[in-house]
Design a protein around this ligand. Sequence first.
Ligand code: PEP
Ligand code: MG
Length: 571
Amino acid sequence: MQTLTGIAASSGVAIAKAFVHEEPDMTIELKEIQDPASEVKRLEDALSKSKEELAVIKDKTEKELGPDKAEIFAAHLLVLSDPELVDAVKAKITGEKQNAEYAMNEVSSMFITMFENMDNEYMKERAADIRDVSKRVLGHLLGIEVQSLATISEETIIIAEDLTPSDTAQLNPVFIKGFATDIGGRTSHSAIMSRSLEIPAVVGTKEVTAQIKTGMTVIVDGLEGVVIVEPSDEEVATYTKKRDDFAKQKAEWAKLVNEQTTTKDGQHVELAANIGTPKDLEGVINNGAEGIGLYRTEFLYMGRTELPSEEEQFEAYKEVVERMEGKPVVIRTLDIGGDKELPYLDLPKEMNPFLGFRAIRLCLEEKEIFSTQLRALLRASAFGNLKIMFPMIATLDEFRQAKAMLLEEKEKLVANGVAVSDSIEIGMMVEIPSTAVAADLFAKEVDFFSIGTNDLIQYTMAADRMNERVSYLYQPYHPAILRLVKMVVDAAHKEGKWAGMCGEMAGDEVAIPLLLGLGLDEFSMSATSILPARNQMLSLSKEELAAFANEMIYLDTADEVEERVRKAYLD
Ligand code: PEP
Ligand code: MG
């Protein structure tokens, strides 16, 4: 037996025979063609066959997995009709006399490289879409049959270099018990799909395809991010138990969907979800979130060529507050810059984008962009329980300016007879150490704080959150971070305000006892973390943890804190 490690992408344990999904050989040679018109026709035939196939997959996905999951194929169909891509291929055929497959490969590779080099997860996903679509077209041009996973009809674990969205959509969870890939991260398409299909998955193992052959027995442990090849009988027994325990645990968690989150000593804590688009709402509702603690509105602005209109934004915000039926929805104003770029704004390149012209800094300068968003938010506030927060606040002056702009837009709307809620809470993210250290000053003027630990940790430790080499400094349990959290929560409470957290730390099982002890009021996390967190909190006493957490902030290291939490509350 052999153990391979990777990234835990989707929880659960699977044990079955492996099926190695191989990439077909798509060697492409450059040929000079004589008849460009018939070569263009060949391209068009391949495009229409691909469109037909995609339409079938889209329909099937829509029926079996719902319209949200099928949207990716609508996006693929759009790629196939995109004149920027198709015309560029045709130009190479007619202008440079290239054969269709070579031209297609050249153009799509150019687009893939362009998107991959963008320092932004969302855009990187677009590269995966183009790769997937062009593989389909090339398959037709080369006359290669691309292997189908849809026909597998016995319990199987798929092993692949990576799985494209169309591969993943073909997986039937009745037979496909799990998968493991060489590449990918927690936010790659295959990982996201595996979570919504609830198939255990481990991605980014680097070597599963090299080590595993079709027919070998494999265990995929999506809880720990481990793949075991040809396990012993003893291991099979251990993991069968782990698999069954996890299934039982999930059934227990599911019972908590309609419950409020209450600690052992009867205190209510709000468990909310982070979303990027209204499409995420299904998962939020299915997982029993008590609200939305962070709606990252920048996704509305990304993957397009111009700014979204006020109307378009209004519709999106309204949809979210309406579907949450009166539950709180905290919407964050535009947080662009840093790792999230908007090519159409054409901002100059910066040496340190994370320390540069981003988020509220940009909005206070580009007033038209900001006021358009503020109007859309104010109008949507009439349809539910909407709260607004500003990202990357460093000084009181920034908060005051942003709030003043909001109130000015509100006055104008009201004067024009537009309905606007008169109880919108206005808060801010605490992502910059200056605001945590001086939280007492801010607490007098804000309605709430939401601690963004993803950034707060990187700025406190001076360690870029995207840089692998300094990732050891990314220490959520470091006493320095815990002390900052304490300062924020205490300052809020002193002024009768509430404090939440929407960074990844809020859903972390080791952090949860500490944060409860420090008195955090609201925890906002990815939807799938909500039920396990609610379950964990049922057995924790806030009062007891207050003493524990106040002891932890005086320990020497993050490791010591983690060890103490595990020993006392997790093992
Ligand atoms: C954060 O910084 O913790 C946060 C939630 O914002 P983002 O991850 O979008 O920067
Ligand atoms: Mg942030």
